[in-house]
Design a protein around this ligand. Structure first.
Ligand SMILES: CC(=O)N[C@H]1[C@@H](OP(=O)(O)OP(=O)(O)OC[C@H]2O[C@@H](n3ccc(=O)[nH]c3=O)[C@H](O)[C@@H]2O)O[C@H](CO)[C@@H](O)[C@@H]1O
Length: 364
């Protein structure tokens, strides 16, 4: 099997691709994999670090308003399609898979023009612009939320779940909170705003720290790599007690998650796949800045069955955050019930399901 994968820009597109590669390597250790990402995306650091062959192309997103920059976007897209075609001719993949982001638009489109079998994975309940464009050209579309079905060609759709769920569910974690100077016996609340961190969640958490300092539970506050220095600056004159730890990024999330009592976070689809695969209770603050408010829809799928609580971003403050966190962290029964509901939504064999679709496309 020779698999080319492309997904970029943000962790929610990259980690499902990596989980699929992991499942393929497990089933077929001789499989050859090539990952094509964008030069400046998170993938250009995450993917090579995993020892996966990586090639980059230059691409940028569309501006929603009328802008001259969009001509450059179109130029870069066409150039990326051209270089993706060269990469495909050289690597000769059996199948090309896209997991979202502009770069996957160029790579999967190039593959379809060269008559190489293609599949995309749609993580969200509202289909992104790239996958909508690609849906006309690809052979199969793997999806997670039923709501996506109406937005895409029905004859191509296969329900699989998000491959990252399987990685989260299967991990045998040896992680100890002592690595963060914390204690394993004390319940830990993990706060993070998706793969890049979220300004508003960071601001509310900074405001909440004086109260978190006094709590019996532990708090791990992940700021996002690029926002870390700014947060540390805001915390210059704030006491941070021993039960609160601030980190820029967690590189080994599947190992850390099983040791978490509850989560505060955005409602990105890949995060939710992990949270439900592990059965973790959560307080979700959907980002209102994403296409068609899809994170609110993602979050509601958990909240409607009692797996999560939602705080609207407009209502988020240090006080509302602490109040909800206290409610959850001081009530083991509530956490247990939410955990059961959360786990019920998990798809722990999602990577194998996606892989089955990919392998079905391989020409005999
Ligand atoms: C602002 C935006 O456009 N967000 C979208 C993006 O979110 P985003 O990239 O934030 O994606 P998700 O929240 O779905 O996933 C984040 C991923 O990053 C990992 N992680 C996060 C923090 C950390 O310190 N370490 C770490 O490894 C998480 O474990 C998870 O695997 O893609 C998602 C999946 O298509 C969409 O649903 C989101 O709406």
């Amino acid at each position: 099997m020779r698999l080319m994968v492309s997904g970029g820009g943000t962790g929610g597109h990259i980690y499902p691709a990596l989980a699929l590669i992991k499942a393929l390597k497990k089933r077929d250790p001789n499989a050859e994999v090539m990952y094509v990402g964008s030069e400046r995306g998170l993938e250009s650091s995450i993917v090579p670090a995993k020892g996966i062959a990586f090639k980059a192309t230059r691409i940028q997103g569309f501006k929603r308003s009328l802008s001259l920059e969009n001509f450059k976007t179109i130029y870069l897209f066409l150039k990326s399609v051209h270089s993706a075609k060269q990469m495909i001719r050289e690597f000769k993949p059996d199948v090309v898979v896209g997991t979202g982001g502009y770069v996957s638009g160029a790579v999967v489109y190039a593959a379809s023009r060269l008559h190489v079998p293609t599949m995309i994975h749609e993580q969200n309940s509202v289909v992104g612009i790239t996958n909508k464009f690609l849906s006309r050209y690809v052979d199969k579309i793997a999806y997670v939320f039923d709501a996506a079905v109406d937005q895409l060609p029905a004859n191509k759709m296969v329900k699989t779940g998000n491959p990252r769920a399987q990685e989260a569910a299967e991990v045998v974690s040896h992680f100890s909170w002592s690595e963060y100077g914390l204690q394993d016996e004390v319940p830990t609340l993990l706060i993070f705003g998706g793969s890049q961190g979220a300004l508003k969640i960071n601001a509310a958490t900074v405001a909440a720290i004086p109260q978190f300092n006094q709590r019996q539970y532990q708090v791990v506050f992940v700021t996002g790599q690029k926002r870390y220095d700014g947060v540390m600056d805001q915390l210059k004159d704030v006491t941070v007690a021993a039960n609160v730890v601030v980190k820029p990024y967690i590189p080994n999330m599947p190992e850390v998650l099983p040791k978490v009592a509850a989560i505060v976070g955005r409602a990105g689809a890949t995060s939710l796949a992990e949270i439900t695969a592990d059965g973790i209770p959560s307080i979700l603050i959907p980002s209102p800045y994403v296409t068609a408010d899809h994170q609110t829809k993602n979050a509601q799928s958990l909240a409607s069955v009692g797996a999560a609580e939602i705080i609207k971003e407009a209502e988020l403050s240090g006080d509302t955050l602490v109040a909800k966190a206290d409610q959850l962290m001081n009530d083991g029964h509530l956490r247990h019930d939410m955990a059961v509901a959360s786990k019920h939504l998990g798809v722990p064999d999602a990577a194998d399901r996606v892989l089955d679709v990919v392998l079905s496309l391989q020409r005999k």
